[in-house]
Design a binder for this molecule. Structure first.
Ligand SMILES: [Zn+2]
Length: 132
């Protein structure tokens, strides 16, 4: 499987409404065991939060040493963005995936994301940090 078809497969898996053992093993073939386990572990600990602002939303993932912001559904080719170092060092040709983005994608499917409201005033500094 080339990278583009891997990505297409992953995208179609992650857009189905339910998560099965088969889904997980397919994802594991694409992204590797470590990444899947890491993502599931974050969800297990309820470490994935969704901040809802009136204009948009973003996700906050609490890691063991630091916490990161995850943005999905972006109007850009890669469509997802995470503030973690692993994501920053990914090569452009590779599927853009770190355990935080994966945790959010899986969490959306299985309903394990904690919802938190957020005002635009609270969201502004976060966005400034992202785009500066
Ligand atoms: Zn990340």
């Amino acid at each position: 499987m080339n990278l583009l078809s891997q990505y297409a497969t992953a995208a179609s898996i992650l857009s189905t409404p339910s998560l099965t053992e088969g889904t997980l093993s397919s994802l594991e073939q694409i992204f590797g065991h470590t990444l899947i386990l890491g993502a599931l572990d974050l969800l297990d600990r309820s470490n994935v939060l969704k901040y809802n602002a009136p204009a948009r939303h973003y996700y906050h993932v609490f890691g063991s040493t630091s916490s990161y912001q995850v943005f999905l559904d972006l109007p850009s080719p890669q469509s997802a963005y995470c503030t973690c170092p692993a994501f920053a060092y990914l090569i452009p040709e590779s599927p853009h995936m770190c355990k935080h983005v994966l945790a959010v994608l899986l969490g959306r499917q299985i309903g394990r994301i904690v919802d938190r409201p957020l005002t635009n005033e609270e969201l502004a500094p976060i966005l400034l940090q992202e785009y500066s």
